[in-house]
Write a new protein. Structure first.
Length: 422
């Protein structure tokens, strides 16, 4: 692997794939996405909270919040770093796969180490290292679409990518719910899944060698371009970033604390909570999968992204409002249908295609997509922090639901202000 120049513009590199190549790319995106998101969701929503419940029950709420704050800093930096590095990489495996392999090994090792931690501080430390390696998978993986898929098909391929997100998230919660009283075994199971992410992408849809691609001088201008935030032609880009952050934050105010919402807010037993989490995950997986597969091609057909993304944010706000007005475990199932099912399904399918249309510079696609994806990761991390603040300072979970619903509404407004995409 050697240092690399500016990448070919996405439109150029994604204009000639054969049908069989596109099928392989689609399958690889599903497999790679599933293999990183399932362990992440299992860890952040069930396994880490369950582990903290066992080793530090008096510190669990504050520990989840601390983990989220510190982890967000790591994730933000790592997403940009690995996106930029993959943009510049030259190897016989192409520019994305080497980093996918590094991320797979690193994250898997972290999940092997987590069962051996016996303090909240140790859990936080290892989880932050995990977040760093995780973004060596996330940033290069999502850049495969603008690299290798024609623009007219990116809504469909965003939906295909979303299938991995939907199935991975659903399976993760279903499986992880079986390990609430034994999270260590869950960590080891998902360590194997993480190890498969990069190799599966490379085996299913190998990229061509780019060793002979032209090289840009590694000077001050190149450094700033590849390792900094966009500063030109970027208004809509930042609207998309903040809109995504708020949408994901709203969802993960609930998802990141779902175990404690059931046991501490709705006062159900741990065993009942496990069954309800599994049911929620099934509803989410089936509902969002169907909606995702419809929304992506529909977006391509009508040639519009914004209305569907705005609609997803509004539905998420309604789902969160149900938790505000109805203090019953059934409200969480309704949230699973409307929020993590329908709204998340639409958003997963169409938002990514919208992101491709607001990129400031196709030659730094992975780095800029890394910035957008850090909003996704940041929302998943900051959401629990917001809920923790609501629990400890605002009087409980209900104020947290109000804040989350407001964030979803704000997301809809920001996406609506985007001008460069329809």
């Amino acid at each position: 692997m050697s240092t690399a120049p500016a990448a070919q513009p996405a439109a150029a590199t994604a204009s000639k794939p054969s049908p069989s190549t596109l099928i392989r790319i689609g399958v690889a995106l599903i497999a790679g996405n599933l293999c990183w998101i399932a362990p992440f969701v299992a860890g952040v929503s069930v396994l880490v909270p369950a582990k903290l419940e066992i080793i530090a029950p008096a510190e669990k709420v504050e520990a989840v919040a601390s983990l989220s704050v510190i982890g967000s800093v790591v994730a933000l930096a790592a997403n940009i770093l690995f996106g930029a590095l993959s943009d510049r990489t030259r190897s016989r495996l192409g520019r994305r796969l080497p980093w996918l392999l590094i991320g797979s090994v690193g994250t898997s090792v972290c999940f092997v180490i987590l069962p051996h931690m016996d303090s909240a501080r140790g859990i936080i430390l290892v989880w932050c290292v995990f977040q760093g390696f995780l973004n060596a998978i996330v940033a290069p993986l999502v850049a495969i679409i603008p690299d290798r898929v024609p623009e007219r098909m990116r809504g469909t391929f965003s939906a295909i990518y979303g299938v991995g997100t939907t199935v991975g998230s659903g399976i993760a919660s279903i499986i992880a719910s079986r390990f609430i009283t034994n999270p260590d075994s869950g960590f080891l199971l998902f360590a194997v899944v993480l190890l498969l992410a990069g190799p599966l992408v490379g085996l299913i849809a190998p990229d061509k060698s780019n060793r002979d691609a032209p090289r840009a001088a590694f000077d001050r201008e190149t450094l700033l371009k590849n390792f900094s935030f966009p500063t030109h032609n970027c208004r809509d880009f930042y609207l998309a970033v903040i809109g995504k952050l708020l949408f994901v934050l709203a969802m993960f105010c609930v998802t990141g604390y779902q175990l404690y919402i059931f046991t501490d807010h709705f006062l159900v037993s741990a065993d009942a909570a496990g069954s309800l989490i599994a049911l929620m995950a099934t509803i989410q997986m089936v509902g969002s999968l169907v909606v995702t597969l419809v929304s992506g091609p529909l977006s391509d057909r009508i040639g519009r992204r914004k209305p569907l993304v705005v609609l997803a944010s509004l539905i998420m706000a309604v789902a969160l409002a149900c938790l505000v007005v109805w203090k019953d475990p059934i409200a969480m199932l309704l949230f699973a249908v409307l929020g993590s099912g329908i709204a998340f399904g639409i958003y997963t399918a169409v938002d990514q295609a919208l992101n491709y249309e607001v990129l400031p510079d196709p030659e730094s696609a992975a780095k800029d997509l890394g910035i957008i994806n850090m909003a996704n990761t940041g929302g998943q991390i900051i959401g629990p922090v917001v809920m923790s603040f609501a629990i400890t300072s605002l009087g409980g979970y209900t104020p947290g639901f109000v804040v989350a619903a407001s964030a979803a509404l704000a997301s809809a407004v920001l996406i609506g202000l985007i001008r460069s995409a329809r």
